[in-house]
Design a protein around this ligand. Structure first.
Ligand code: 5GP
Length: 117
């Protein structure tokens, strides 16, 4: 599978589609999900062109990988979620229902998330 340069998150990264930015640095962009599934629903995406987590783990540099996890932690802290907690979701591939083929972490928080796995 090759990376689709016209996926919606690639367009957001190029500034072609607006977003409600939470945090940005050299490695990540974080913004609010357009269709929130919880009181707080943030997305964190790497700036590099990676389809999903396995693509990222196999092909991103150590610096990009470190930058992604640090960026994710910064967003958690910026949103003040460490005390109450949060849920991370990485949808990957067809059976997960992944809609956008650019790696993204969903951060769900701000309420009790009762539907345990
Ligand atoms: P997936 O199902 O691929 O894991 O999640 C994709 C997410 O991206 C969905 O929760 C969807 O609401 C969100 N999304 C899709 N298009 C846009 C957009 O243009 N802007 C923002 N902020 N979120 C989007």
């Amino acid at each position: 599978m090759t990376y689709d340069m016209n996926n919606v998150f690639a367009k957001i990264l190029r500034g072609e589609i607006p977003n409600r930015t939470i945090y940005e640095d050299d490695f990540v962009l974080s913004f609010y999900d357009i269709n929130p599934k919880a009181k707080i629903h943030a997305l964190v995406i790497p700036k590099g062109a990676y389809i999903n987590l396995q693509d990222f783990i196999l092909h991103a540099s150590k610096q990009e990988q470190e930058g992604f996890w640090q960026g994710l932690l910064t967003v958690v802290n910026k949103l003040g979620l460490e005390a109450a907690g949060y849920r991370l979701i990485f949808n990957t591939g067809r059976d997960s229902g992944q809609e956008v083929p650019h790696l993204h972490a969903h951060i769900l928080a701000g309420q009790k998330l009762c539907d345990h796995l």
